[in-house]
Design a protein around this ligand. Structure first.
Ligand SMILES: CC(C)(COP(=O)([O-])OP(=O)([O-])OC[C@H]1O[C@@H](n2cnc3c(N)ncnc32)[C@H](O)[C@@H]1OP(=O)([O-])[O-])[C@@H](O)C(=O)NCCC(=O)NCCSC(=O)C[C@@](C)(O)CC(=O)[O-]
Ligand SMILES: NC(=O)C1=CN([C@@H]2O[C@H](COP(=O)(O)OP(=O)(O)OC[C@H]3O[C@@H](n4cnc5c(N)ncnc54)[C@H](OP(=O)(O)O)[C@@H]3O)[C@@H](O)[C@H]2O)C=CC1
Length: 315
């Protein structure tokens, strides 16, 4: 992790120590796909409607055109949206170990060229029509996923919660409900029912050569807790985690080294395996950070910790 947040390393470290003592973290990827969504304009809604019908009947050809630009990318879905005489095609790609934004953009440009040549009156206004949605918070990413949708979970015995986090499952659960859920809802937040996913995501992105601007949507998600016979069940779900282990800034030597420490540098076997494993490691780290901050809030430790670790003042 690379961060200027004074207490963050200590925070995630204590969370990880707790997870390690509690047992195994389970992680699962529920969705994997990078989206690019060109916007097309038509003369009338009649033409836009005909175009949508044509797209559904031309899926195989569109897939062939898209995949002609890449050996790793696979077009897995075309999601169609319209507004008056405008149509967006949200092209969703499996991108192997790459985060895939260049790969998906190059493939989408080829699809746009094919459409303009083969459907009379279709004009591609922009290869990115914001239904993608890259580097912006959006409901579409939260609902459909972008990059990877990944969850991590663990149940922590009450003795471990008390020893390492100096609190109880009940107190952590109450902070989660009243802060992350009720507080976020009252604040009008619709994407981030969590405490500080962004802290961990930003620090890992910087250390491993990810695209920093994608922290915006990659830190969307939910923290869920339950008290189970005094033990704490805790889980995190990241809806749109956009990461890669090849391409972009992962080519830089220090960033490559950070990925190799986790055993996920470069191409996986099969391709995509490294990026998936990396996403699961990130979800587990987010779980550690989230668990620990909820405990620190329950204990009223926040100000004291930041005084000591941020300002270097003994509390
Ligand atoms: C700071 C602690 C962990 C102390 O907590 P403690 O229990 O007094 O710590 P300890 O000294 O007894 O050490 C326990 C363990 O913590 C770790 N640890 C402890 N110190 C270090 C260190 N210097 N470097 C690395 N690891 C450290 C380490 O794992 C250690 O185990 P050990 O190795 O000794 O067996 C605790 O008070 C704490 O976590 N406080 C909360 C800090 C925090 O989570 N900040 C997050 C950022 S806040 C923010 O940016 C977002 C926010 C809050 O605004 C979002 C929101 O609205 O919610
Ligand atoms: N163009 C845009 O609109 C945007 C670009 N970006 C930038 O794009 C970059 C990331 O794009 P991205 O496409 O991920 O990376 P790159 O553009 O660096 O391309 C990665 C290429 O690596 C090849 N490759 C080799 N091994 C593998 C493997 N195991 N799995 C997958 N691909 C492999 C693929 O080639 P092949 O396709 O031939 O198979 C792939 O296209 C970042 O720098 C980011 O900042 C960010 C946002 C928007």
């Amino acid at each position: 992790m690379a961060t200027t947040e004074g207490a963050l390393i200590a925070s995630v470290n204590r969370g990880m120590k707790t997870l390690r003592e509690a047992g195994e973290v389970t992680t699962k990827i529920f969705f994997d796909g990078m989206a690019r969504a060109p916007v097309f304009k038509f003369k009338s809604i009649r033409d836009a409607h005909d175009f949508v019908k044509w797209v559904y009947s031309s899926m195989e050809k569109i897939r062939e055109v898209a995949e002609s630009t890449t050996s790793h990318g696979k077009l897995k879905d075309v999601q169609v949206f319209s507004l008056a005489n405008n149509v967006w095609l949200r092209l969703v790609f499996e991108t192997g170990d790459a985060m895939g934004m260049n790969m998906a953009t190059l493939a989408s440009e080829e699809v746009c060229r094919y459409i303009e040549e083969n459907f009379r009156g279709a004009k591609c206004i922009a290869v990115s029509g914001n239904m993608c949605s890259d580097k912006k918070q959006s409901m579409i990413n939260s609902v459909f996923g972008r990059g990877k949708t990944v969850s991590a979970e663990i149940t922590i015995p009450k003795e471990v919660v008390e020893k390492d986090l100096h609190t109880t499952a009940e107190q952590i659960h109450e902070v989660n409900l009243r802060k992350n859920w009720l507080g976020s809802a009252r604040a009008g937040n619709i994407f981030q029912f969590n405490a500080h996913f962004a802290n961990i995501i930003a620090a890992i992105f910087l250390a491993t050569g990810q695209d920093m601007a994608q922290v915006v949507e990659s830190s969307s998600g939910y923290t869920w807790t339950e008290v189970r016979d005094g033990d704490l069940y805790v889980s995190v779900t990241l809806t749109s985690l956009e990461v890669g282990t090849v391409g972009g800034g992962t080519r830089l030597p220090t960033q490559r080294e950070a990925l190799s420490i986790m055993g996920v540098e470069g191409s996986g076997n099969p391709p995509g395996a490294n990026a998936k494993k990396f996403a699961e490691i990130i979800a587990a780290a987010v779980l550690a950070g989230e668990l620990n901050l909820l405990a620190a809030l329950a204990n009223k430790e926040l100000g004291r910790a930041h005084k000591r670790l941020g300002r270097n003042i003994k509390a």
